[in-house]
Design a protein around this ligand. Sequence first.
Ligand code: NG1
Ligand code: MG
Length: 537
Amino acid sequence: MAAEQPIPVYTDLSDLYGSLGTSLNHAEKWNSIAEEFQRRFGRKPAYIARAPGRVNLIGEHIDYCLFGVLPAAIERDILIAIGRRPNPNAEDAPGSVVAENVQTKYTRQVFAPAPRRRASVSEEEVRLEEWHLDINTKQLRWESYVKAGYYGVLINYFAGGQNPASVDLLVTGTVPAGSGLSSSAAMVVASTLAFLAVNEKLEANFTGNGPKISKGQLVEMAVANEKRVGVNSGGMDQAASVISVPSSALYISFFPELSASAVPLPTGAIFIIANSLVVSDKAVTAKHNYNLRVVETLAAARILARHLELKVEKTEKVTLREVVGRLAGEVEEVGAMPVEWLLETLKRMEREIECLKPKKSSGEGQFGVTMEEMIEMSGMTAEEFKEVYLSWVEVEATQFQLYKRAKHVFSEASRVLQFRQICLAAESSPSPSDVIKDLGKLMNESQTSCDELFQCSCPELNELTNIAKDAGAIGSRLTGAGWGGCTVSLVAEGDVDAFIKKVSATYGPYKGLQDTALSEVIFATKPSSGACVYKFE
Ligand code: NG1
Ligand code: MG
């Protein structure tokens, strides 16, 4: 399985460019970051780590409920050039970092991890137990993502008195920030990889012990690392950024464990990304939107499990996917049930979730419950509930929309499975236009569900998806967390130019944009390969 493979490390540039599986001119970008590093730090970098952004074709806000999703890596990526500082000053703390960014608005940052000492250990035997890096989760800061990647490397590889290398690094990237294309995960994956590489933790032959770190292990580290920036995300973005392969989407499932398989996309289907130009700074707004949705879906799972009389430990944060599994006595260690069974059970779940509506409805279509009602429905005491569901995350709300969120999750999970089945069947299908129509329909239903039930769209995203459909898209939806950022539209190959022209003439914020500026906000994308490292010799 793809997740078990080692991270590719290239020493030959033509192998590297070949692996990226795209027609873009990568050479210019890779050469220019190496030259820029040399100019700034006076020597060649030792490594360049690359991690791509991703577009999610379908399956929004269900990864943290452990349902499968269907993203693809895009050609746009983050590159981090890194090298050890040859003569660290005496004042340099161990593992200190000088981080620069090619984009001038992201200013130079210097930081070092602080070793935490165990209080109970006497001064003579002071042992470095764990490292600490201050990450500001209240403000959106570019270096937070660099630090987040470093953090995981520190605590996993530098316990017990070893010192990490002092390094200089330079970041460049073409994934627009706050746009739902996962620049954050690309940053965290690239940073994790860069620090692994420069500390010689990537290849077994550097240290002589243990197997090479696998793609799956890198995903796990990157997911944990990204949580340090303050968003309790699922694992979709990091998995897509690490495991993707050229020309296919990636079906990623998280239950009973992380697994990924390529899903070929039908010929003639082009996916076009269009940026609404509404920036969504999830790190800052998470308590009202993203993290709140995580809590709402977890609370819904707890109440649903109670209604179905399933066993859930008091302190356990059972997910909606696990509830489905437990209902059927699915054995988690053995693996998931067949797709047909899952599709059937998801339908049943869409009926069972009536139990998430408030006892006394406050009006037609108003399905929200108060904190007190939610706690009562969970069967837990207020203290227990707050400890399990609210103590680890900051959320702010007076109403919790458990019914709507669960309805979105179950129906979206089912759309992902259908989308995948259609793509797999299309490999031998005689009628590609029907295939594209069916996929487009699922994408449109996903958009409606994101907007009305999960409430993660916004007026501009609704407008842009409608414009896209009027301009000939067969399906169009938001991609990524939403509340701004990008849309993805499915367009038949022959219609791409006309589509882009129409959308750019109609969507207000695109007026006046031309050439490069326009191709920055609306562009066709080909599925690209996942993260890798180039090693200078
Ligand atoms: P983006 O679009 O990167 O903000 C987020 C989460 C995903 C997933 C999607 C919604 C992060 C890093 N990623 O993506 O895990 O839940 O939203 O489907 O927060
Ligand atoms: Mg993100």
